[in-house]
Every structure is written in C-alpha cells, then in structure tokens.
Design a protein around this ligand. Structure first.
Ligand SMILES: [Zn+2]
Length: 181
C-alpha cells in the first residue's frame, strides 16, 4: 500500500487556490485558521516534540500546536503537516508528532508500510506540496542547470523565498526528480 501522491497534490493545490492564490511564502497558519482551526505556537519543554493536532468533537474545536523552541521554518512545516493530518486522516482525536530516530529518513524513503508510517508520510507530503508547490518550483527552476547542490547560494535564496529549510527544499527537489548531484 502506497501513499496517495496524486490525491495529495491535487488537494494541496485546491487548498492553495482557495486560501492563498498568490504570494510566497505560503502562510500555513492563515490557511489552517480559514478552516476554523486554532493555531498555537507554544514553548514545549521537549525538543523532540514538534507538534500536535487535537480534535475536540464535543466542543467542535480543532487545535494545531507547534513547538516555539523550533526554528520558524520548522514550525511552519509542522503546522502544514498537522493540517495535512486534519484534511487526510479523519477520526483520530489526538495526534502527537515527535521526532523519532530516523525521522528524517522517513521523509525520504518508503521502507516501512505500517499505517502510522503511511499517515506520517502523507502528512509530510501534504506539507511539502503546500509550502513548496511543484508548479511554482518548476517556474523558479526553469532554465536552471540541475547541479543545484553545487549552487549553495541559489538553494539558500530559494529556500528563504519559500520559508523552508535548505534540507526540506533539497528533499523536495529530489522527490520531484530534480537531479541534485
Ligand atoms: Zn504527523
């Protein structure tokens, strides 16, 4: 069982079209708020906790949390990731995201096929599609030679424009099939 790549890209494009038709960087907080979600960025005394999604069905309230101790780019990715869970994985009332050993590997590879891992990969893919839309990247990279890893300045500038880390951008470009080395 794989992850729903096409569905997730289409979903992210619809969400962007409706809530942020232009302009970078994408504002995941504003988009989440448009769904009636309350976004809280709070100091969490545990570096390994990146965020959570809480669905209070009785109060009809949904809260996304992100760790204020993390870099702003990471907070943005976390908020987009939790929004991905909200839109893709119904039914779960509390979802906590912790950094586990090998978490960054999970962003990349398809080794594990447990349900939890698929949900995480889907939420990560949604976050990547939301914050780094393929269509916009394609425009930015048009005419650019694909020895991007050698062009640190360009990568940093691009990452800054999208409000993401160079690492997240690099993974995204690799997944989109841009050759980086
Ligand atoms: Zn998650």
């Amino acid at each position: 069982m794989g992850i729903r790549r096409t569905y997730i890209r289409t979903l992210a494009e619809k969400v962007l079209h409706k809530h942020q038709p232009r302009g970078l960087p994408i504002d995941p907080t504003r988009i989440a708020e448009a769904y009636g979600i309350e976004v809280k960025v709070e100091d969490v005394d545990d570096e390994d906790i990146s965020g959570f999604l809480l669905r209070e069905s009785k109060l009809r309230k949904t809260i996304i949390g992100a760790n204020a101790r993390h870099h702003e780019n990471r907070q943005r990715f976390t908020i987009a990731h939790e929004l991905g869970h909200y839109l893709l994985h119904k039914g779960e009332s509390v979802h906590l995201d912790e950094r586990k050993p090998g978490f960054m590997l999970q962003l990349r590879d398809a080794n594990s096929s447990t349900g939890e891992s698929i949900n995480e990969r889907e939420a990560n893919l949604f976050a990547a599609e939301l914050l780094m839309p393929a269509r916009l990247l394609e425009k930015d990279l048009r005419g650019k030679k694909f020895d991007l890893l050698g062009d640190d300045f360009f990568l940093r500038k691009l990452a800054k424009g999208y409000g993401v880390s160079v690492q997240a951008l690099t993974i995204r470009l690799e997944n989109l099939g841009y050759v980086l080395d």
